[in-house]
Design a protein around this ligand. Structure first.
Ligand code: GLN
Length: 244
């Protein structure tokens, strides 16, 4: 009987300890950050770890605002749905704060200005503007702003890919004539792959910002103050130098 009581007592202790542990976790309130680590130099995998400009930026913001964050990697078109369904609380993914997205989520002030560019095979002089894409086979990434820009031009034969490297590979193997992509990742791919070039064509500027749910005003303010602190302390400038 005594033995049984002892066992029971130990069992109760284990259960209550586990409960305590659980509560501690909850108190810490981890903030989940969604990204798509296929967008160098903003976010990419290096030795299995997610790194890049955005990742360092959000880690610095978290430090400034004493937030504990955990980064979750997912497909780009799954990011805003994950935010809405509370799988993540923040999205930072080189995401352009465009009007369409602003209807669904809130954005911080912009942290980077970019634009769409056209990547072609080196020596291809037939494309010098976005209008020149008419009649061409053009690779874009599903749901990216490049997809929207090219979709507005009539008469383009659009091929949609899930990740920018897939589009670049299609260009290298002549499956498409051009790929429309954000400026920095495009420069990155052109620098790392022989035989590619960026066509001289102008597109409207786009601004990247961090997204949160519409009702999460407290988190938005926190991010805003963190972003300001990171800029004021010169950390932002250092990251720019490191990645661009
Ligand atoms: N800036 C583009 C967009 O918002 C691409 C972003 C990305 O691929 N990570 O759609």
């Amino acid at each position: 009987m005594k033995k049984l009581l002892n066992i029971l007592l130990i069992a109760v202790m284990i259960v209550s300890l586990a409960a305590c542990g659980g509560k501690k976790e909850e108190e810490k309130k981890v903030i989940y950050v969604g990204t798509n680590a296929e967008f160098p130099p903003f976010e990419y995998l290096e030795d299995g770890k997610i790194t890049g400009f955005d990742m360092e930026l959000i880690r610095e913001i978290a430090k400034e605002t004493e937030m504990e964050i955990k980064i979750e990697d997912m497909s780009f078109d799954g990011l805003l749905p994950a935010l809405q369904s509370k799988k993540v609380d923040i999205v930072i993914a080189g995401m352009t704060a465009n009007e369409e997205r602003k209807k669904a989520v809130n954005f911080t002030s912009p942290y980077y200005t970019a634009s769409q560019v056209i990547v072609v095979k080196e020596g291809d002089t037939s494309i010098n503007s976005f209008d020149d894409l008419k009649g061409k086979k053009v690779g874009v990434m599903l749901g990216f702003t490049g997809d929207l820009v090219v979709s507005e031009i009539e008469g383009v034969n659009i091929e949609r890919y899930n990740a920018s490297y897939a589009g670049i590979m299609a260009l290298q193997s002549d499956k498409v004539d051009a790929v429309v992509l954000d400026s920095e990742p495009a420069k990155n791919y052109v620098a790392k792959n022989d035989g590619l070039a960026i066509a001289q064509a102008n597109a409207e500027k786009e601004e990247y910002a961090i997204a949160v749910r519409k009702d999460d005003t407290e988190l938005l303010e926190k991010l805003e103050s963190g972003l300001k602190a990171v800029k004021d302390k010169g950390i932002y400038e250092e990251l720019l130098k490191k990645y661009f």
